[in-house]
Design a protein around this ligand. Sequence first.
Ligand SMILES: *[C@@H]1O[C@H](CO)[C@@H](O)[C@H](O)[C@H]1NC(C)=O
Length: 416
Amino acid sequence: MGHGMWASCFLVIALAILNIGAVAIDQTQQTERISGSAGDVLEDDPIGRLKVFVYELPSKYNKKILQKDSRCLTHMFAAEIFMHRFLLSSPVRTLNPEEADWFYTPVYSTCDLTPNGLPLPFKSPRMIRSAIQLISSRWPYWNRTEGADHFFVVPHDFAACFHYQEEKAIERGILPLLQRATLVQTFGQRNHVCLKEGSIIIPPYAPPQKMQAHLIPPDTPRSIFVYFRGLFYDVGNDPEGGYYARGARASVWENFKDNPLFDISTEHPTTYYEDMQRAVFCLCPLGWAPWSPRLVEGVVFGCIPVIIADDIVLPFADAIPWDEIGVFVAEEDVPRLDTILTSIPQEVVLRKQRLLANPSMKQAMLFPQPGQPGDAFHQILNGLARKLPHDSSTYLRPGERVLDWNAGPVGDLKPW
Ligand SMILES: *[C@@H]1O[C@H](CO)[C@@H](O)[C@H](O)[C@H]1NC(C)=O
């Protein structure tokens, strides 16, 4: 087939896409109920279903760290700070630890930033160890379960493995003292040492007000077929190539940089949020870690997320039927991305758009201040409530010890 024929082919497809956008105009008021594997659980109300005790820690574990660098309030790891604030004034909070179902230890483990604003996780293990030492000596509740009724928010790239390079993260594994605790984390990938059974996967933090400020009229046609802004290569950290994003982003660029259906670039325009609202599909490829804020942005802006991250576990997957909302493309299939996306039937695209238009879907991805019913805070609480009552293995026999306080790299054992 000659080049001209391809070009006319694209034109036909592009027109078809504009048509999808046009049809979508009539559908904006129409949304669809979202039923996850646990039923219509996005609308569940956790209030009254669990009680959480918030340990009071010296401010050096949380507020003081934030005072040093307020950028922690806006980066994609900020959920740990907002979850703390949310719980302090939440009706699920109890001041009586004797009646608590869950114990929460507010440690801001991702707020030690480089000059560029990227979190350095190297002190986090010592900080968390130190906090656990403190709560286990001042209160009797840690020793009773060695953390099995405690949860920790660990929003770092590879969560409680506390390293941003996957190889190193795997080598470290989950911090030994957290082995019995429930981890609330952004990192999700099946069969990975940094994701243990029973963890609650959350969306990364994306600023709700900022996104709100960039909303355009919902009837704006979606005239962009595929949209992506971000790195394709990370030459600084991966000079040879192939390690960053396991080569998937490089493959997107190499295969589709000249394809008129693909609006992709490394330039981050000021109209980024608006552009997502004009796109049908938004690529969410893995980077160093499998997750990224693009998923949240896609949902909020009604752009169907195209997830390219093999074995990813998405946020609140027991409540949200991601298969029906997004499109999953295997990393090795990236070269066929154009065919895969253009062959999705129009009615399937429309259904995904209707599911994305459901306000409860958007709400579940956001950490607004103050919290609102159905938001990500409430979904976390729902996840914790669904784990109740604790089973008998939660509580240790008097004197029984499972955790090894001396396990892990020696550097982590130094006091903090
Ligand atoms: C918890 O156990 C540790 C030893 O494992 C002990 O040092 C500590 O005093 C205990 N905490 C309480 C509150 O009894």
